[in-house]
Design a protein around this ligand. Structure first.
Ligand code: LLP
Length: 429
């Protein structure tokens, strides 16, 4: 018998009498009803994660902008819009989604290292709250586009504070060698430049140092570096209204112990107060910490391929979800929990849980102790963030369906894709 453990996603995700349930809904039943692979999200888990930031920020001028790249499905955006969130977007497509979900452009910050002119115009016309600008070239282009439309673009400069977030190199973004942000040493000059352009209005400063951060120290170091700049920039006569500390707060996939959102917010507010910046509006851009542990990916076991023991072979458990559905293991060697939807009695074996795609990198979990049979349903845990949002159609695999549970209700929020629609826009010669 395995020792009882707390599941990531608890208390929303729990095992009851052998059945894995999200907000009380048995995942195996949802899989039978909607098919697999199937993403399932808890609306309450998302709302509660957001409210933790809100409660910690009560009494302060603030805006929590959900970094929608983590999960941009419309019903997810709607959930956050209704809870009062703003949005951090990185493309014109994301802006269109926010508006389609009932979000408010005046609560949108537009991040990203390479915005097109068309995206700038789209965002200016929609009236976004702020552009997070990452280079002097972008300042000039945005100035031209704003003047062309007869308006002024609100800008914040994304500064690269050169701190190590201590996370995976692919998702670490605040170091000198990264493509992101304006180097700390050039920031004052960039602010002077921005302030001199008639089509721009300087409103803030921002940074984002990485993702899946499990310590407070990198945030506080980055904030110190940001506040040093705020003081220098204001001394140069350019007022700065808001400070945006970015996103990046980690979640528990296995044994990580990231600070709670409340602890992060409190530490940031304390630092702002201690340095005499407590009056400023403060922005956060959380993605993963709002949705990651609010969702799972349910998949069915298609084939069991026990390895030949004499050949030192591995046991492969081939499931119907693959790297196209959930890329994180293949791309970052990310560890994500895998649990049977219905617990089986009997001995466990060690399995590599893999998908049907023709790549050896197509695995969801390696060396997992599972008692499993063909036809069983497994749940990949912590899959609410950067799961569906990074899904592709590789191998002409239709993307999964998505379900959101909301108290007693079950909503199909995205239909399973149909293979024919995948090539509907293509033409034969
Ligand atoms: N703000 C900016 C400017 C960002 O680039 C990001 C994430 C966020 C906020 C939200 O970060 P979060 O709170 O989610 O950590 N696909 C990777 C993560 C990439 C994160 C990219 N930027 C993964 O699956 O781990």
């Amino acid at each position: 018998m395995k020792p009882a453990m707390t599941l990531p996603g608890a208390p929303y995700l729990a095992r009851q009498a052998g059945d894995l349930r999200l907000d009380g809904h048995a995942l195996a039943e949802l899989a039978s009803r909607f098919g697999t692979p199937l993403y399932v999200y808890s609306r309450a888990a998302m709302r509660d994660a957001f409210m933790a930031y809100e409660r910690a920020l009560a009494g302060r001028r603030h805006l929590v902008c959900y970094a929608m790249k983590a999960n941009s499905s419309l019903a997810v955006l709607q959930t956050f819009a209704q809870a009062g969130a703003g949005f951090d977007i990185v493309s014109g497509g994301e802006l269109a989604r926010v508006l389609a979900a009932g979000g408010d452009a005046s609560r949108v910050v537009f991040s990203g290292v390479g915005k097109t002119r068309a995206e700038m115009r789209q965002a200016l016309q929609a009236g976004v709250r702020c552009f997070n600008v990452e280079s002097e070239t972008e300042l000039d282009t945005l100035n031209e586009e704003a003047l062309g439309l007869g308006c002024r673009a609100p800008v914040s400069l994304r500064v690269n504070p050169d701190v190590d977030a201590g996370t995976h190199p692919y998702i670490s973004t605040g170091l000198k060698g990264n493509k992101f942000g304006i180097a700390h040493a050039h920031a004052v000059a960039a602010y002077r430049h921005a302030a001199a352009l008639p089509g721009l209005h300087v409103v803030g400063i921002d940074c984002h140092i990485g993702s899946q951060i499990t310590q407070l120290a990198p945030y506080l170091d980055a904030l110190d570096r940001l506040l040093d700049l705020v003081e220098q920039v204001e001394a140069a006569g350019v007022p700065i209204y808001h400070v945006d500390v970015g996103g990046g707060l980690g979640i528990t996939y296995t044994d990580e112990t990231p600070p709670a959102a409340t602890a992060l917010v409190q530490a940031v507010l304390r630092k702002l107060d201690a340095r005499g910046h407590g009056h400023r509006e403060v922005l956060f851009e959380p993605g993963r910490s709002l949705v990651g542990n609010a969702g799972v990916l349910v998949t069915e076991v298609l084939v069991l391929k026990p390895g030949a023991a004499d050949a030192g072979g591995k046991n492969f458990c081939v499931v119907d979800a693959a790297m196209n559905d959930l890329l994180r293991p293949a791309l970052y060697e990310a560890w994500m929990g895998i649990e049977p939807c219905v617990q089986r009695e009997g001995p466990c074996s060690t399995w590599d849980v893999v998908g049907p795609v023709c790549e050896s990198s197509d695995w969801l979990g390696r060396g997992r102790e599972l008692a499993v049979e063909r036809g069983d349903k497994l749940a990949v845990l912590s899959a609410g963030a950067y799961g569906m949002a990074m899904a592709s159609n590789y191998n002409t695999r239709p993307r999964a369906a998505e379900v959101m549970v909301d108290g007693p209700r079950v909503h199909l929020i995205r239909e399973r894709e149909d293979a024919r629609t995948l090539f509907a826009g293509e033409r034969l010669l």
